[in-house]
Design a protein around this ligand. Sequence first.
Ligand SMILES: C=C1C[C@]23C[C@H]1CC[C@H]2[C@@]12CCC[C@@](C)(C(=O)O1)[C@H]2[C@@H]3C(=O)O
Ligand SMILES: O=C(O)CCC(=O)C(=O)O
Ligand SMILES: [Fe+2]
Length: 385
Amino acid sequence: MMHCSRRGARANRSSKSSNMSTTLPHHTIIPLDFTNLILTQSNKLPHTHTWPHRSYDSPDPSHHPVPVIDLSAPRAVHLIRHACDKFGAFQVTGHGVPVQLLKEVEAEARRLFSLPMGRKILALRSPENMAGYGTAPVSLLCPKGLWSEGFTIAGSVAEHATKLWPAHDESSRFCSVIGEYKKQMELVTKKIITLILTSLGLTNDDVPWMKAEKEAVSEAAVVQLNSYPVCPDPAQAMGMAPHTDSSMVTVLYQGNVAGLQLQSEKGRWVTVPPTEGALVVNLGDLMHILSNGRFRSVLHRALVNGSEHRISVAYFYGSPKGVEVKPAVNLVGEGTSPMYGPVTWKDYLGLKGRHGQKALEMIKTSKVHGMLSVCKMCAMSNVVS
Ligand SMILES: C=C1C[C@]23C[C@H]1CC[C@H]2[C@@]12CCC[C@@](C)(C(=O)O1)[C@H]2[C@@H]3C(=O)O
Ligand SMILES: O=C(O)CCC(=O)C(=O)O
Ligand SMILES: [Fe+2]
């Protein structure tokens, strides 16, 4: 189910060329200038950012809450298996990432997004490379704009920071805080992936790249800072459009302002309440592939609110450069073929950037038919090299 139509993306693409990188205009990548927003009539959003159907999909308050799991608890593997089967997501405590560090990352994100637009666009991402400032790539597939801005950190943190803050004393704090955050998140994410593999009856030996070169593994991570400014009419706005993540797992810090919702098996939206000190773990499409379709990659979205500026920080862990992800051999029943063909994260991101929620379906072994060579031509696959 894709909630965004491709109308916007198609309208922005020239009919003369199939190369999106030369034809996608920058205005689709530059968010609204929220720091300088003048609304013409009180509480009225620009029509480009007014989503029509929000009133039909109110959250389901009676749904079981997404479980909060203490990673150090003896029953952690059991609880994780249940959460992955049922929700494709859970929250974790006992993760060892200092809460103070998470608050510092949030403060740095607030400092970044409060810069004037003229400064932020110095670090604007390009259509063919998702790293940098701009709208979330998923917005290019949406009929309406999102009430948010994003900053995607891939590769050198310093390179991004000096574009925003040319003076060393202004950028150094951002570099050190994000650098430390990446180190801590890599540790906890590996721990979480190992527990998920154990819950599937697998070991790290079944996924050899879990022990890959240190450098290759650190390249498997992308950090996404999301900013959701206060909105005059939250019921008509969308902070982050419904999507599944392309990663193996995503570990999200959502501060103390609610906004994240997951879609339940029954198709109802369930709010994930901010929980002090907890991180949210979402299974992404690569985990769905690795588990041969057993674990869901969870559809989720973020809503905005009328009183608080919300920040979230997502740590996407994919797979190391050049490594193909495929269903684990032990999970493919004897005499049956794997549900999905092998795919690298880079190629999958290209496919997802172009085809959105249809990407997963397209790599089903029954449907491959050369799709992966098509996806090499897709735009926006260069965030991971
Ligand atoms: C490493 C990633 C993962 C990306 C693409 C690239 C950088 C930005 C990530 C997000 C962040 C916001 C939601 C999403 C759907 C989007 O639009 O951009 C994500 C996407 C994905 O999970 O596919
Ligand atoms: O802001 C949130 O709660 C969700 C963000 C998200 O889904 C993402 O960055 O992929
Ligand atoms: Fe997400």
